[in-house]
Design a protein around this ligand. Structure first.
Ligand code: ADP
Length: 323
């Protein structure tokens, strides 16, 4: 294998640039030519790729987003689209590809490799949600929880100044990892996540109890995909039962996706990028590279796309106990 490529796909995440840098520099250090494919599978189909040198990734380790950009491609979900992508890789002599993305990206990679087994793909987990099976942490998660934590700290200041109850919605359509960690780190009164059924009555009892004990400023962190709804919907239900509460809602939104990656993020992204290339060059393929208990672990795409990382119930209990 003389020529490899790298791309970022699906939801973008801080730390992707550090990973791209590691892939490019490891590949070149091992005597290979490295290509960057822009906009994920869409760019692969449209032949939007370029040769990368060591200098192509200078000064990007500290940047959020992705210099290769990301995209979602409906065309890649069709056999015709994948055929075009294959022809582009063949034309450029690319035999190995590092795909930085989430489970959708790996699902696509697996199907592609079933159809074109002469291309070796290896995945690196990049998503702020941390819901991927086969790694303790995904690229983007640490930065996202730190961003959420800092924003919630700011809101706590004003909540305390006015005795207000705040519902703060964080990202996580299907997973509560961002909500749970940011709730613990900010000493929130409650956390509502999709993995744990929300009992409205329990929540209201707890908030009323706090109110009577004169603890009137409270923070409730809500994952956007909670079963009881988003922050605004839940706040409306609480207000109806407890009109005495002075309630505000904040949706943190896309600020959680951007920003300078944390130190932990840059180190994880660099390590996974380097290990992905090393593995690719010794013939490993169709796996996602992750880090579990600080060790590098390869999980077949089949499993990485079938299972999800599970929430640790001890951490949910911790929020309740320490509030
Ligand atoms: P993520 O990788 O963050 O989970 P998506 O789920 O949007 O993001 O997946 C990224 C891209 O992967 C999609 O736009 C599509 O091109 C490709 N993909 C996802 N699922 C499939 C599939 N079943 N077959 C082929 N390609 C897929």
């Amino acid at each position: 294998m003389q020529r490899i490529a790298v791309f970022t796909s699906g939801g973008d995440a801080p730390g992707m640039n550090a990973c791209i840098r590691a892939v490019v520099r490891t590949g070149i250090a091992m005597g290979k030519e490295v290509y960057g494919i822009r906009r994920g599978y869409a760019g692969m189909i449209e032949e939007d790729l370029f040769r990368m040198e060591k200098s192509s990734v200078s000064n990007i380790i500290q940047l959020g987003g992705t210099i290769l950009q990301s995209a979602r491609s409906e065309e890649f979900k069709t056999p015709e689209g994948r055929k075009k992508a294959y022809e582009v890789l063949q034309k450029h002599g690319i035999e190995g590809v590092v795909a930085i993305g989430g489970d959708g990206t790996f699902r696509g990679a697996r199907i592609f490799m079933d159809e074109y087994p002469d291309i070796a793909l290896i995945g690196v987990p990049g998503t702020i949600d941390n819901d991927l099976y086969g790694t303790d942490f995904t690229i983007g998660y640490d930065t996202a929880i730190n961003t959420a934590m800092n924003a919630i700290d700011n809101i706590k200041d004003t909540a305390n100044a006015h005795n207000r109850l705040f519902f703060i919605e964080v990202m996580g359509r299907d997973a509560g990892f961002i909500a749970l960690r940011s709730a613990i780190a900010t000493g929130a009164e409650a956390v509502l996540i999709p993995e744990d059924k929300t009992e409205m009555e329990e929540l209201i009892n707890m908030l009323e109890d706090n109110f009577h004990k004169k603890k009137r400023a409270s923070i409730v962190v809500v994952a956007e995909g909670d079963d009881a709804g988003g922050a605004f919907q839940i706040a409306a239900q609480v207000k109806e039962k407890c009109p005495q509460f002075d309630i505000r809602c904040t949706v943190l939104g896309h600020i959680q996706r951007g920003g300078r990656p944390t130190c932990m993020e840059r180190v994880l992204a660099s390590r996974l990028g380097m290990e992905a290339v090393k593995a690719l060059l010794v013939g490993t393929k169709s796996v996602m590279v992750g880090e579990i208990h600080r060790q590098i672990v390869f999980t077949p795409f089949e499993q990485a796309t079938k299972y999800h990382q599970r929430i640790n119930p001890d951490l949910i209990e911790m929020v309740e106990l320490l509030a």
